[in-house]
Design a protein around this ligand. Structure first.
Ligand SMILES: *Cc1c(COP(=O)(O)O)cnc(C)c1O
Length: 415
């Protein structure tokens, strides 16, 4: 599966990226259907025989074609907004397999989720519990809810993507969890269906995930003593992928670390991976506009920018950059910063890379399938990139490039 050179031409599932660039232009996100399927199956195979739901985290890559593909494989969905709920429904996803996470759900989002019949609202604060109770009463229903508990486990990842520590905004404090559950159990319009956590993203070690699972199962056992039982336990997502020199163990090892904590348990196991499903199944295809030698650094100015792929500028994230036409042996490589046309010094895709590149060459920015297109913006009035999904040897345009008049189509000038 995936991305490989064939006779010197970099291909996705056998289709040359050169031809995709010709057909759809650049910058362009290209996803591998086989790659997404492969990653999903890593989870489903590891969970085979266990009552489980893989709830794909929509925020990682929310293109309808990706959601429809995963829905067809049996995935549920972890969402964080009404917009993501609408996407799941537009893609044919089953709302009964949808979990609604996020710290700031509005009353109208809660109403919409309850009317759509989502499986569970993940509650992140006492105030939100009250709001969900009120909305459910107005609708005359019982809201299926689960507290997101902050297990105070250090995921040992980048501070911006670590979410399970006391100082993070996510989840309710572990110390308050029992009292809040007892309060919720008394509310007639709430039904406690589960409990969960999510400790952060890009975990490269299963140990923190196992530790958090252990803390949650112990909490669930204590609550069982107060007559509170759960239909599911949600262990979040966060399974890391290889961008550079990280070496996360295979997905199966993360899953088995969780399963070891689940021995003898009756609850449905829910896991909500995003990056591990979409991340390495996508690239950002870009063309070199200029080679610009400098006094201290050399630059490749490409047609993709931080508005297309924010991770390097935002998190200092490292993405591999590969030439679409394989370099000849003994090629004259230089050391380049790969930068975009946006007017910010944070506008880079890669720094200090050895490449043999000329104006007009195509480059593939690897590992861009998750938290790529979804974080893109129109900064500098740049139309957003096209998205292509390759499957069965065919490149399908799954989101066309924005046009320039769409950039201001919603704007008006007062008379
Ligand atoms: C973001 C998020 C995920 C997915 O994280 P990944 O690192 O992409 O796997 C899962 N669950 C929740 C609650 C999230 O907020």
């Amino acid at each position: 599966m995936g991305f490989a050179y064939r006779d010197g031409a970099f291909c996705v599932d056998g289709v040359p990226l050169e031809s995709i660039a010709q057909q759809f232009g650049t910058p362009c996100y290209v996803y591998s259907r086989a790659g997404i399927e492969h990653n999903f199956r890593e989870f489903s195979n590891a969970l085979a025989g266990r009552d489980a739901l893989i709830a794909y985290s929509v925020k990682a890559n929310s293109n309808l074609a990706v959601l429809a593909l995963l829905s067809g494989l049996g995935a549920g969905f972890d969402i964080v907004s009404a917009g993501e709920l609408a996407r799941v429904q537009a893609a044919g996803g089953d709302p009964r397999k949808v979990l609604f996470s996020g710290v700031g759900k509005t009353a109208s989002e809660i109403r919409l989720a309850l009317q759509s019949g989502v499986r569970c609202l993940n509650i992140e604060s006492a105030a939100e519990m009250e709001r969900v109770d009120v909305v459910a009463r107005e609708l005359g229903c019982r809201a299926p809810v689960a507290f997101r508990v902050n297990p105070d486990v250090d995921a040992q990842t980048h501070p911006y993507i670590s979410t399970g520590l006391k100082q993070n905004k996510f989840g309710i404090a572990y110390a308050e969890a029992e009292a809040l559950h007892r309060e919720a159990a008394l509310k007639r319009n709430l039904e406690l269906v589960g409990i969960g956590f999510h400790i952060g993203s890009q975990l490269v070690d299963p140990a923190p995930l196992a530790a958090a699972t252990s803390r949650i199962t112990r909490l669930a056992d204590r609550l069982a003593g107060s007559g509170i039982a759960f239909a599911h336990i949600d262990v979040g997502g966060g399974i890391g992928i290889r961008y550079h020199d990280e070496s996360p163990p295979p997905i199966a090892e993360f899953v088995s670390a969780v399963l070891r904590e689940f021995v003898g348990r009756r609850e449905t196991l829910i896991i909500d991976p995003g990056r591990a499903i979409a991340g390495d199944a996508g690239i950002l295809l870009t063309r070199v506009e200029y080679v610009k030698p400098g006094e201290t650094r050399n630059f490749l100015v490409v047609d993709a920018a931080m508005n297309d792929l924010l991770r390097p500028g935002l998190y200092d994230a490292w993405h591999e950059v590969l030439p679409v036409r394989e370099a000849d042996a003994g090629a004259a490589e230089g050391t380049y910063d790969v930068v975009g046309p946006v007017c910010e010094s944070a506008d880079f895709l890669a720094l200090g890379r050895r490449l043999d590149a000329r104006s007009g060459d195509l480059l593939a920015v690897m590992g861009a399938g998750a938290y790529g297109m979804v974080m893109s913006s129109n900064y500098n009035s740049r139309p957003r990139a096209a998205e292509v999904l390759v499957g069965g040897g065919i490149a399908h345009l799954v989101r066309r490039r924005e046009s320039t008049d769409e950039l201001y189509a919603l704007e008006t000038i007062p008379k």
